[in-house]
Design a protein around this ligand. Structure first.
Ligand SMILES: Nc1ncnc2c1ncn2[C@@H]1O[C@H](COP(=O)(O)OP(=O)(O)O)[C@@H](O)[C@H]1O
Ligand SMILES: CC(=O)N[C@@H](CCC(=O)OP(=O)(O)O)C(=O)O
Length: 257
């Protein structure tokens, strides 16, 4: 059966279009197993500002003190996760909201406690839990908070969490749904890219900011069985009779390290 991992960026969560949900229903009709991993960077930033808690990004990752972690968890697992689950439900898609803490869905370990605080990376994914939800027809919706064996929680970049889930479930497809129609170069969507062309676009500055962790996660996930990753817009349908819209990143000839 087709397994599709969808990363929904915080940039697009409030602008997901009815046609995005229609594309999901189409996938469900084709009996695909779908799991959604969501972000929420802008909402976390807003809440931290409202609560006057200062924060900084180190290499694209939010440095996470114990105080920041508490707010990140509150926003991702409470507000954002339930908002997305509610939207899916009202678009006739049966969804269950979880975080990586639930039944150790995302077992995590710290990346660099000194530099980044409680920022984690995925050590292990509880694939069996996803399989159980799929067999009952649900779309699991995952907030990227992980936990280690001592109960310490970690803030995980959502692009990296989605890539880890895709690897663990040996996904057929990994889609990054965001607020742009794909990788743009001189105002045009790059329809197909290889590992090498993506690396070039990172070097020459075509790819910058929030697109960097996304393509890095995409390239890392192409190492295993996954042959293709796509970056698509949540403002439109991502499938049509012409196939997938957006940028497809294929393995190509280069090897990503
Ligand atoms: N070459 C590029 N093509 C398209 N978007 C790019 C590119 N380089 C950087 N970006 C930026 O990346 C953003 C998407 O990343 P981000 O805001 O982190 O989204 P998300 O919340 O979906 O993870 C775009 O809105 C755009 O500002
Ligand atoms: C460690 C780290 O940076 N975590 C992210 C988690 C949310 C996220 O990745 O959201 P987007 O996909 O919307 O960017 C953060 O705190 O913003």
């Amino acid at each position: 059966m087709n397994t599709v991992v969808i990363k929904c960026g915080g940039s697009i969560l409030n602008e997901l279009s009815p046609s995005f949900f229609a594309s999901l229903r189409e996938l469900k009709e084709k009996k695909a197993n779908i799991v959604i991993v969501h972000g929420g960077g802008p909402e976390i930033g807003e809440m931290l500002q409202n609560l006057q808690v200062s924060f900084e990004f180190v290499n694209g990752l939010r440095k996470t003190t114990a105080e920041v972690l508490e707010i990140v968890e509150m926003v991702l697992c409470g507000k954002v996760n339930k908002k997305l689950v509610a939207m899916l439900q009202t678009h006739q898609l049966r969804a269950v909201g979880l975080s990586g803490v639930d039944d150790y869905l995302l077992e995590a370990k710290p990346i660099d406690l000194e530099q980044l605080g409680y920022v984690g990376e995925v050590k292990k994914v509880n694939e069996a839990l996803l399989q159980k939800l799929w067999s009952d027809g649900y779309i699991p919706v995952v907030a990227p908070i992980g936990m280690d064996e001592n109960g310490q929680k970690y803030n995980i970049n959502a692009d990296a969490a989605a890539a880890a889930v895709a690897k663990a479930v040996r996904a057929d497809q990994l889609l990054f749904v965001t607020d742009v129609p794909g990788i743009l170069r001189e105002g045009e969507v790059v329809k197909e890219a290889t590992v090498e062309t993506v690396q070039e676009m990172m070097k020459d500055g075509t790819i910058y900011g929030g697109m960097i962790p996304k393509v890095q996660a995409a390239l890392e996930s192409l190492v295993d069985s996954l042959e293709e990753v796509a970056i698509v817009s949540g403002k439109t349908t991502f499938y049509s009779i012409h196939g997938l819209h957006g940028t497809k990143i294929k393995k190509g000839v280069g090897v990503y390290k």
